[in-house]
Design a binder for this molecule. Structure first.
Ligand code: SAM
Ligand code: SF4
Length: 319
């Protein structure tokens, strides 16, 4: 699907729940979220139908996200169903997860048809990890990463939100993870979204990673659009990715649309504009997707003085 700015939109991020088993300071209120009514959340069968039509319309990559996708009941069955879309042209089926439940589920996820995972991890220090997630155990996530590697959900990518004054001292430790292992550590700039003011650290540009690790050398960009600029430590097996939505935005190569758990299509993370699936229904899915792509803005305006963050919090959209 081509958007009005001639960008090929071939990536759908499906948020399957707004609920989560962690409470990251910058993402989720301490009390969690008010449980939505059953009928307000799209059923798995509907998600499958939307994904099928999306693939028939040219979507080639699907990522499950949330909230925490692994807390949605039936997610394995959904993955099996989405895995079957590979015969229709789907090339990549991935998930972004906090990793807490990965150790017990990695094998089943792989068997069901999941290709790979991104695991979010903002600190390698158990105390700081608990502080930022309000309730998480670092050992669970590390075990999840190991299980994902063992199950072949590779390459495993680790998402680290850069938080000045909170985890910047750990940049070198995260980079070191890529020396001996085929891992990709991706540093992401903190975006102003509902909730981000609660972050325990301030905004840091992704270039801070290069300042602290001057031996990182740039790798050729993969042919296919990637939001991360890639680097490697000399002799390292893995990669380091820098994702800089603010300091060096990549909107001109944005290839994605997002569906929230309550059926709202968002063509940009930073726009209040949403299309409601219920205005279309199951007989008009292709039109729903086309209208979403047609409404995709040229770029976000986060870097402008009068920018107002969208009201939805990240756990309600899916990152
Ligand atoms: N629960 C899963 C997880 O944490 O990986 C998936 C959903 S989470 C909303 C997706 C990603 O968004 C996580 O990597 C999280 O760190 C990131 N995120 C949340 N709020 C953010 C913000 N304000 N700026 C940048 N990244 C953010
Ligand atoms: Fe949950 Fe992910 Fe948000 Fe953390 S970032 S609260 S793990 S949805």
């Amino acid at each position: 699907m081509l958007d009005p700015f001639q960008r090929e939109i071939d990536y759908l991020r499906l948020s399957v729940t707004d609920r989560c088993n962690l409470r990251c300071l910058y993402c989720m209120p301490a009390a969690g979220v008010k449980k939505k009514r059953h009928e307000d959340i799209l059923p798995l069968e509907t998600l499958e139908k939307i994904a099928r039509t999306a693939v028939e319309s040219g979507i080639r990559k699907i990522r499950l996200t949330g909230g925490e996708p692994l807390v949605r009941r039936g997610v394995l069955e959904l993955i099996s169903a989405l895995g079957r879309l590979k015969s229709l042209g789907l090339r990549d089926l991935a998930m972004t997860t906090n990793g807490v439940l990965l150790a017990s589920q990695a094998k089943d996820l792989k068997q069901a048809g999941l290709d790979r995972v991104n695991v979010s991890l903002d600190s390698l220090d158990a105390g700081k990890f608990r502080k930022i997630t309000r309730q998480g155990e670092l050992t669970d996530v590390l075990a999840g990463i190991r299980a994902a590697q063992a199950a072949g959900l590779t390459p495993v990518k680790i998402n680290v939100v850069l938080l000045g004054g909170f985890n910047d001292e750990e940049i070198g430790d995260f980079v070191d993870l890529t020396r001996g292992e085929d891992l990709e550590v991706r540093f992401i700039e903190l975006m102003p979204l509902g909730g981000s003011a609660q972050a325990p650290g301030g905004f840091l540009p992704a270039t801070e990673v290069l300042r602290r690790c001057p031996r990182l050398t740039a790798l050729p960009q993969p042919e296919h659009a990637s939001v991360a600029r890639l680097y490697r430590v000399p002799g390292g097996r893995g990669r380091v990715g820098l994702i800089s939505p603010l300091s060096k935005h990549f909107c001109w190569q944005c290839d994605r649309i997002r569906l929230t758990p309550d059926g709202k299509l968002k063509s940009c993370l930073h726009t209040e504009e949403e299309l409601d699936f219920r205005d279309y229904g199951e007989t008009r899915i292709a039109e729903f997707l086309r209208d979403g792509v047609r409404g995709k803005p040229a770029r976000h305006h986060m870097d402008e003085a009068d920018f107002r963050p969208v009201a939805r919090k990240m756990h309600e959209i899916g990152g």
